[in-house]
Ligand binder design. Structure first.
Ligand code: FES
Length: 202
């Protein structure tokens, strides 16, 4: 769940805010609706990453909190219309959960509007695109989530590895190749023992 968010376009300090949205889409209706939007070449903002789930009722509060903690500015849970859920009442359970969560987010000072539940059927490609567009616009007006992790923690493993190599090279240059180059040793104050490990936002 984390990687799709971490892999979204990197945004620098001076880059205009581009929302990052995670959408949990039920396999039977909403995911098919999103698929239809794609097949029909209906345009909608590219700020959303879709995660297929079997039923909207499967999404737990922990999944949503993890998405926000991992850098999502907004989260959508999308399921079948009431009465159409393949598991009878999964979507009603989701509705109850999301309502409670939105209130909780408001109470803790994290705008509950950043979380949304929507119903989209398999034949509603246009509706899916419209809802995403409208949600992205709304998140844009709310601004970036203050729960966003440090971007350094979201750096790619390749960047982390290359940083580690360059530090190792400068260490050798400074102390010679015969020196004890155990970069995990805490004896050298110039070497951060943590840098030999890739830090990935997952
Ligand atoms: S199967 Fe789609 S919401 Fe339950």
């Amino acid at each position: 769940m984390v990687k799709p968010i971490a892999n979204l376009k990197k945004v620098g300090k001076d880059t205009p805010f581009e929302p990052r949205i995670l959408a949990f889409c039920c396999n039977w209706c909403s995911y098919a609706g999103a698929d239809l939007a794609g097949i029909s070449r209906i345009q909608y903002p590219p700020h959303v990453r879709i995660l297929r789930i079997m039923c909207s009722g499967r999404v737990e509060p922990a999944h949503i909190f993890t998405a926000f903690e991992s850098g999502a500015d907004g989260v959508i849970v999308s399921g079948c219309h009431p009465g159409d859920c393949h598991y009878i009442s999964g979507n009603l359970h989701a509705e109850e959960q999301i309502e409670k969560l939105k209130k909780l987010l408001d109470v803790v000072g994290f705008d509950g509007r950043r979380l949304r539940l929507q119903w989209v059927s398999a034949s509603e490609g246009q509706r899916f695109a419209d809802l995403i567009s409208e949600f992205v616009d709304m998140i844009r007006t709310l601004g970036s989530s203050h729960l966003k992790p440090d971007r350094q923690q979201l750096r790619s493993p390749q960047r982390a590895a290359s940083r580690s190599k360059s530090q190792s090279r400068s260490h050798k240059k400074k102390y010679g190749s015969n020196s004890n180059s155990d970069s995990n040793s805490n004896s050298d104050p110039n070497v951060n023992p943590d840098t030999s490990e890739a830090v990935i936002g997952s």
